[in-house]
Design a protein around this ligand. Sequence first.
Ligand code: CAA
Length: 258
Amino acid sequence: MTEYTTIRTEQVDRVGVITLHRPEALNALNTQLMTEVLDAVTGYERDPGIGAILITGSEKAFAAGADIKEMQPQTYADTFAGDLFAAWDQLAQARKPTIAAVAGYALGGGCELAMLCDVLLAADTAKFGQPEIKLGVIPGIGGSQRLTRAVGKAKAMEMVLTGRLIGAEEAERAGLVSRVVPAAELLTEAHKVAATIAGMSLPIAMMAKESVNRSFETTLAEGIRFERRIFHATFATADQKEGMAAFIDKRPPEFNHS
Ligand code: CAA
């Protein structure tokens, strides 16, 4: 097992959990934390015993953004040559479903990290925002793009241009999060969602994820064509036979992920 210093990892049945753990910095995303999260995600992606990845933080903060102290002295040449934050694309490219469970602050890179996940569940204490403009920068892990797609232009513009934070209820109304739950129930609910997904056929869940994500990258006609082809491909799996047979036999399916 890899020794991490800025995250905690654990496996709960078929769910791979990553808990951000830099309490001294409200889980600010420094290079070490980014490297460790991506390493853990890669490990879970490779492990056939994992069917979903759950990312969470602490009660006070999911993550308060990229690490400002680490970024402050960097030059343009540093950020350009190092392609600062490009590595986070690896999380967007993860093929297994990812779930973010957010309590407290999800600001800047923290909001962007949550939006990189497939399902975003929020505690009623969650606060989302892209306050980069107050620091003299703009979002750098996809915030201006993913937030806009999630909540629309007017709200995204207001958040990105003023740095205003929104609470969990507003985030749900705007379509940023799938559901708001009481803070005390966040982890239980998030584990339930992750376990439900991980209990499905893994290849089928991966196909479903890929198909939904396609809608962000293509035209409606091409997206529908893509979906139909993948739908046809599900019939090549044993799990399609099992899933439908189980329905007809009035019993729970036993997927073997093939
Ligand atoms: N980077 C580095 N350290 C951070 C941090 C960050 N993003 N956010 C908080 N911390 C540190 C604070 O410096 C403080 O450390 P010290 O005790 O050593 O001073 C510690 O975490 C606790 O923070 P606060 O004392 O500020 O806690 P608070 O409860 O008073 O305030 C907060 C909480 C409103 C979230 C406030 O910490 C804050 O505004 N943080 C910065 C939020 C932000 O601007 N995020 C965007 C970062 S830029 C970015 O993310 C770019 C991108 O798109 C990739």
